[in-house]
Write a new protein. Sequence first.
Length: 410
Amino acid sequence: MATGLAGLALTLVLALALAACGDKQAQTAAPQGAAAVGVITLQGQPQQLDATLPGRTRAYLSAEVRPQVSGILQQRLFTEGALVRQGQALYQLDDRTLRAAVDSAAAVLTKAEASARTQEATARRNAELVKIDAISRQAFDESQAAAAQSRADVGVARANLETARINLRYSRIEAPIAGRSTLSSVTPGALVTANQVNALTTIVQMDPMYVDFTQSSTDLVQLKRDWEAGRYQRVDGNQARVRIRLDDGSDYPHEGRLQFAGMIVNDTTGTVTLRAVVPNPDGLLMPGMYVQALLPTGLASDALLIPQQAVLRDLTGRANVLVVNAEDRIEKRPVELARALGNRWLLDSGLTAGERVVVDGFQRIKPGDKVSPQTVDLRAGKSAAQPPGAPAQSDAKTVDINAPQAGASR
């Protein structure tokens, strides 16, 4: 019995010794290295700065068609919504009274010309008779005045005939410009009057198109201060290319050029109006559309950009980033952000070129921790040198941090 108890005790001692050895080996095999984090190295680069401004499209040319004489509309000669040529007939009015007016004016001119010939002949005869005192000087003067008056009557009659002919031509209403017609507001049989308020139709020329957009006077003043301080290089307004973004968020495929920048601030809205000319060969833009204009406002020659995912905010809303210092330890660094450029921030202050900023692995670290920095290729979404067994990098993808990208408004 004693021998059995001694054997059981020996077995328990051996089991405890083996367990202690296993725990020691496990502790030895457990990793004691620093946490792996994804970082990027800041590099200065030229960056174009854009202002995103709201705007409306406007027709390059627009003409409201109105009658210049009164009459009954006989016929519409164009297809609504179709392209029309300059001078193309659009409407035909009943022209019978106008033709009669032309005939009447022509008859009055013929009568005036006949009377003028008679008066001219009398004046010539009296001019010869007055030389030999065959008539009085008063009779001579009266004949000369009658001849002059007859010539004036001929001029008036000729002008009235030309007016009647013009009115007859106005009975055929023509397109003043080339472009696309809109709906007709009248139908055959309607009475129209000269220079009426309501237009018969409107013709618009849509290639190219105007885009009128507005910019806050406050932003303009701040932009001028940035130019004067040398923070941004000024973009030549005469060469500024304007990109257009449609209401659905898609980019319009053709760039425009800035044509006009207003110099007067609207006292109601506090904005300045600018205008760009944009090609519209496909007719995608239509008058009255809401668009956004991306206007280049400056060039930052040595900009520092960081992904938005690298920015953390404290309870006060202040922006901070985690930086890996030369000793591979985490530092919390407050930063000033100038503006958003797509999915990146343009830095105003707080960091310098060459510093390493944490973009992945925040949940495993805190300020002061020793880390193992792994360079992240944000286009591929993984570290350039990821060790075996390291946690996978975040699937959130962004564009290449070093690739230039157009900016957005402040």
